[in-house]
Design a protein around this ligand. Structure first.
Ligand code: B12
Ligand code: SF4
Ligand code: SF4
Length: 304
């Protein structure tokens, strides 16, 4: 059994901002919600997400040793850089590749815990496995799920990466879902520039600027191109308008998350003159790398 006090201490040492814990098997309604989303085709061309459905909601399917799931939040927020004449780049792309940063922090927690439990088995994920991270975050009580599908954490807001740590030990205290604080608000739905938030909790990736500018392979259709307007990489509109972010979002203390801030304040022409060589050098350890040079050009061509 791992004590709450011990976990608190290791998390404080790691630089992560919050944690909560739950069991490895999610309540049944999460699978149902996920399947509805798939059936409607809201996953666009991310076919990989339709696989491993049982594991996404039940970690025991693959890791029978798993007794507990710790879910972490890492604040990455810095004030937005874009100006009127600079293409829009979302906040999470201002820094180094978050997968590596968050996973290192989580593994440092695991290593510290292992010093007290020599047989402890663990496995960390930050987008790196087929797990419904946001559903685990809700069940653990790390935050509540906003109507924009983002996990909003009390005192921090939603500009936080999530990551999970599977553990082979029981822990002293498990969390439970928090009360919803969206209440009558619908600002994220009303302000989504493309109508991708079709209803409360209903996110259609086919229309989402984040999907179109980051994940979509190949050329844009005419319909898609019209949606792009000023967006070069990702979208934060449904977070920017959220009253809870306006109240709670604070600059992260982790400088890895804002290393490229100034570099990203480029006009469309400046972006257009970037060479392949410069792209590779500047973005070798950035989420931009996922885009590849060709899709950066595609996005630039689609800008108004
Ligand atoms: C695929 C993916 C995407 C896709 C699809 C988005 C989506 N809505 O799922 C695209 C590329 C569009 C995307 C965009 C973004 N993403 Co993304 N994405 C993922 C990924 C890899 C899987 C998500 C997934 O499984 N989606 C499937 C859908 C069905 O699940 P869901 O969003 O949890 O949807 C739930 C609701 O529909 C809910 N539901 C339905 N009815 C009801 C009713 C009630 C009452 C409730 C409470 C819930 C509910 O049930 C569904 C099942 O869980 C996760 C990492 C991971 N492994 O979890 C990151 C992740 C979700 N993304 C993240 C981020 C930061 C973003 C962006 C902000 C990036 C950006 N700035 O451009 C945007 C935000 C868009 C948005 N509003 O969701 C973070 C979110 C952090 C947080 N605080 O919530 C994650 C967790 C990555 C990470 N490790 O930090 N993403
Ligand atoms: S990320 Fe942008 S396009 Fe996607 S749902 Fe949020 S506001 Fe809409
Ligand atoms: S904008 Fe309003 S409805 Fe949307 S997530 Fe924030 S509080 Fe909830």
């Amino acid at each position: 059994m791992l004590s709450t006090q011990l976990i608190n201490r290791t998390v404080n040492n790691s630089g992560l901002n919050a944690w909560a814990a739950t069991k490895p098997v999610l309540p049944k309604h999460w699978k149902q919600r996920f399947q509805n989303w798939i059936e409607k085709g809201y996953y666009a061309d991310m076919g990989w997400i339709t696989r491993n459905i049982d594991f996404r909601v039940n970690i025991k399917k693959k890791y029978s040793w798993c007794q507990s799931v710790l879910v972490f939040a890492d604040n990455y927020y810095t004030p937005p850089v874009h100006r009127k004449n600079t293409p829009y780049v979302s906040n999470y792309a201002y820094g180094e590749n978050y997968h590596q940063i968050v996973i290192e922090k989580i593994e440092s927690v695991a290593r510290q815990l292992s010093q007290f439990h020599s047989n402890l088995k663990f496995k960390a994920y930050v987008d790196t496995g087929p797990v419904l991270e946001r559903a685990y975050a809700v069940e653990a009580g790390l935050g509540w799920m906003g109507k924009n599908n983002m996990i909003i954490i009390n005192g921090l807001g939603s500009y936080c990466f999530l990551g999970i740590l599977l553990l082979s030990e029981e822990i002293e205290e498990y969390g439970s879902p928090l009360p919803d604080k969206c209440c009558d608000c619908s600002k994220c739905i009303d302000n989504c520039p493309t109508g991708a938030l079709e209803d409360e909790y209903i996110h259609n990736s086919n229309k989402c600027l984040s999907f179109l500018t980051i994940e979509k392979k190949g050329d844009f259709s005419n319909r898609e191109e019209k949606l792009i307007t000023d967006t070069l990489y990702g979208c934060d509109v449904c977070q920017e308008v959220c009253p809870w972010n306006q109240k709670w979002a604070r600059q992260t203390k982790d400088s890895h998350y804002f290393e490229r801030r100034d570099y990203l304040q480029k006009t469309k022409n400046e972006w257009g003159s970037l060479t392949l060589e410069e792209f590779k050098n500047k973005f070798s350890n950035s989420v931009f790398k996922r885009l590849k040079f060709k899709r950066l050009q595609r996005n630039l061509d689609a800008l108004d």
